[in-house]
Design a protein around this ligand. Structure first.
Ligand SMILES: Cc1cc2nc3c(=O)[nH]c(=O)nc-3n(C[C@H](O)[C@H](O)[C@H](O)COP(=O)(O)OP(=O)(O)OC[C@H]3O[C@@H](n4cnc5c(N)ncnc54)[C@H](O)[C@@H]3O)c2cc1C
Length: 323
C-alpha cells in the first residue's frame, strides 16, 4: 500500500502509532502484541517506558507503550480513485448502482441479475461488504456466518484541542471486549478524529441512529448468534449505547488515554458501519474469512484493517483463483 501511494502520488504519511497500556495489568498483553508484531516481521517495533512514551505523545496517560513506526495515515478516497483509474486503464469496467438481485448458473457460467443490467461471468467474486452474506446466499451458500452491523461513531477534536494528539494513539486490545475501543487518529489533511464506538445498528446501512430497516433488524434479531453475543457482553452493549447518546460519557472513554480532553473539545463527526460477521455461537469472526468454490470466491468477513490490507487481500484472491 505504501509503495502504491508513493507510485501514485497519493497523500500519505508514515507517522507511527502508539499502543498504550494504561494500567500495569495491560502490560503482559502489550508484550504479547510486541512479540507477535516482531514475529510477523514489523521493523522498528519497540517498547517504551512511561518517560519515552510521553516524549512521543506528551498528553497520553499510561504506564508503557508500544511504538509502531511503520503505521501511517492516508487519503483513502484517493486510493480508491486511483485503483478505479488503473482498473479502467487496463480495460476493466466499473458499474455502480447495480445491486445484485439474483445469481443463477447457466452452462458453467454465472448469470448475475442486477438493478442496472444482467451480466454473465465465468467466475464470481463476492466482496459485497455489509451484504456479502446475502449475496453468498443468492449463490447457494449456507448462511453459516451472519453480517451484524455495528455503527462506529466519531467525534472530531476542535482546533484548540488538537495539540493533545500528535499522531495515532490506540489502546491495547482487551480480549474480554469484542471491539478495540475508542482511539485517536490524526487525519492526513489536518484535524484529529476520536472514536469509533461500536453500537448495534438497526440497519445494515444505519449511518444514523434513526435509520431503521425492518428486514435488517429482523435478520439480526432472529439470528441466535446475536442473542448469544448480547448475553456475553451485556455491559459493553449498554456502555456503547449510553456513550452514543452522551458526549460526556464518550469523552470519559477518551480520557482514559488523554485525561486532559474535555467534552467541550469535541464536535460530532461522521460514522461508519462495520460489516462484522458473527458466528451462531455469538463470537465475532476476528480474521478475514474467504470461502473458495470452483467458480466463485466469497469474502464473508473483511474487517479493519482490510482497507490497509486491500492490495494484499487482492493478491491473495487472485492466487486462489489461479489455484
Ligand atoms: C468506522 C470504521 C473505521 C474503519 N477504519 C479502518 C482503518 O483505519 N483501516 C482499515 O484498514 N480499515 C478500516 N475499516 C474497515 C474497512 O473499511 C473495511 O475493512 C473495508 O472497507 C472492507 O472492504 P470490502 O471491499 O470487503 O467492503 P466494502 O468496502 O464495504 O465494499 C463493499 C461494496 O459492495 C457493494 N455492495 C453491497 N451489497 C451489494 C449488492 N447486493 N450488489 C452490489 N454491490 C453491493 C457496496 O456498495 C460496496 O461498494 C473501518 C471500518 C469502519 C466501519
Amino acid at each position: 500500500m505504501v509503495a502504491f501511494c508513493r507510485a501514485e502520488d497519493i497523500p500519505h504519511e508514515i507517522c507511527g502509532k502508539l499502543v498504550v497500556a494504561v494500567t500495569s495489568d495491560e502490560v503482559p498483553r502489550l508484550d504479547e502484541l510486541l512479540r507477535r508484531g516482531t514475529a510477523n516481521g514489523l521493523t522498528g517495533l519497540r517498547k517504551l517506558d512511561r518517560g519515552k512514551m510521553k516524549a512521543v505523545e506528551p498528553h497520553v496517560n499510561g504506564v508503557a507503550a508500544a511504538f509502531v513506526p511503520e503505521e501511517g495515515i492516508v487519503d483513502y478516497r484517493q486510493v480508491c480513485d486511483r485503483l478505479a483509474y488503473r482498473v479502467k486503464e487496463r480495460g476493466g469496467n466499473i458499474i455502480t448502482r447495480a445491486k445484485v438481485k439474483r445469481l443463477d448458473r447457466k452452462a458453467g457460467s454465472w448469470v448475475v441479475r442486477t438493478a442496472a443490467a444482467e451480466f454473465e461471468a465465468d467466475f464470481l467474486i463476492n466482496s459485497a461488504g455489509l451484504h456479502c452474506d446475502r449475496v453468498a446466499a443468492l449463490a447457494g451458500e449456507p448462511r453459516q456466518v451472519r453480517i451484524v452491523p455495528f455503527r462506529g461513531e466519531y467525534f472530531g477534536l476542535k482546533k484548540s484541542a488538537q495539540h493533545l494528539v500528535r499522531n495515532l494513539i490506540y489502546p491495547v486490545p482487551n480480549p474480554q471486549f469484542p471491539f478495540l475501543g475508542v482511539h485517536f487518529t490524526r487525519q492526513i489533511h489536518g484535524g484529529v478524529e476520536a472514536g469509533p464506538n461500536a453500537v448495534l445498528a438497526f440497519s445494515r446501512e444505519g449511518y444514523r441512529l434513526s435509520t431503521i430497516n425492518l428486514r435488517d433488524l429482523l435478520d439480526a434479531l432472529l439470528f441466535p448468534g446475536l442473542l448469544r453475543f448480547l448475553w456475553k457482553y451485556p455491559d459493553m452493549v449498554r456502555t456503547e449505547i449510553t456513550q452514543s447518546f452522551s458526549k460526556a460519557l464518550f469523552c470519559r472513554a477518551l480520557q482514559r488515554l488523554i485525561p486532559d480532553i474535555q467534552p467541550h473539545d469535541l464536535v460530532r463527526g461522521g460514522a461508519g458501519v462495520r460489516a462484522q460477521a458473527l458466528t451462531s455461537a455469538g463470537n465475532l469472526v476476528q480474521d478475514f474469512h474467504l470461502v473458495v468454490r470452483e467458480n466463485a470466491l466469497h469474502i464473508l468477513n473483511a474487517p479493519s484493517p482490510a482497507a490497509t490490507a486491500s492490495l494484499a487481500i487482492g493478491d491473495y484472491v487472485v492466487s486462489q483463483i489461479a489455484a
